[in-house]
Design a protein around this ligand. Structure first.
Ligand code: PGA
Length: 239
């Protein structure tokens, strides 16, 4: 029912030339699972022109308004107009480096959905929070504040423990499954989302060597992948 989805989060990486070669290498690839890519916003058009037809392209962030005096922001309406189909909201780098709050993320989620963009809503605890036994408390508060009364089938959750992002340290399948199953129960009991139909992706040092054991877990429906999604060969081996 929940088919597997692998999303490449390219962050602020890749050149136009690297992107062309990435898609040229992938051209004949028949993925077993859905494959989406979130390039930096300036590269969305180039990706749309070069991607395989089944692949979706999305943005890594969007503004909480469609237009107005917001110098430097990314309008969700313009993202949609360009042909992108989803947006990542609440990535831990947005939360920590750019100080995005739960309130801002809620507004961004609402307006992205209004524009018919799917939303990959990210949650995850820091190492200090895990060591203080606060994983469930943190996830509950991020989900509660970010999603509140939202009732929409275009939401995907990404569980990304902050200590596993870009560090090479992956959560064990047991640690990840425990968090994913907590998230699914929370969605069922505390939100209006259809918990059994909502995909929950795992992110944080996913690579070809560990993807299989993570995807084998009952509540892990795919991956949000940074480093290992940059090269075509490694991206294909995630499927
Ligand atoms: P990583 O990044 O795969 O390089 O750890 C994941 C992410 O930040 O989404």
């Amino acid at each position: 029912m929940r088919d597997t989805l692998i999303v490449g989060n390219w962050k602020m990486n890749q050149s136009l030339e690297e992107i062309t070669s990435f898609f040229n290498t992938l051209k004949d690839n028949n993925f077993q699972s859905q494959a989406w890519i979130a390039p930096q916003a300036l590269h969305i058009s180039h990706c749309l022109k070069n991607k395989p037809s089944t692949m979706k392209i999305g943005a890594q962030n969007c503004a909480y308004e469609n237009s107005g005096a917001f110098t430097g922001e990314l309008s969700p309406m313009a993202i949609k107009e360009l042909g992108a189909e989803f947006v990542i909201i609440g990535h831990s780098e947005r939360r920590s480096i750019f100080k995005e709050t739960d309130e801002t993320l809620y507004k961004k989620t609402l307006i992205a959905l209004e524009n018919n963009l799917s939303v990959i809503f990210c949650v995850g605890e820091t190492l200090e929070e895990r060591e203080a036994n606060k994983v469930e408390q943190v996830l509950a508060s991020q989900l509660e504040n970010g999603l509140r009364d939202i009732d929409n089938e275009n939401i995907i959750i990404a569980y990304e423990p902050v200590w596993a992002i870009g560090t090479g340290v992956t959560a064990s399948p047991e640690q990840a499954e425990k968090a994913h199953s907590f998230i699914r129960d929370f969605l069922a009991n505390k939100t209006k989302l259809n918990a059994s139909a909502t995909k929950i992706l795992y992110g944080g040092s996913v690579k070809p060597e560990n993807v299989k054991e993570l995807l084998a877990c009952e509540n892990i429906d795919g991956g949000l992948v940074g480093g290992a999604s940059l090269k075509a060969e490694s991206f294909s081996h995630l499927h």
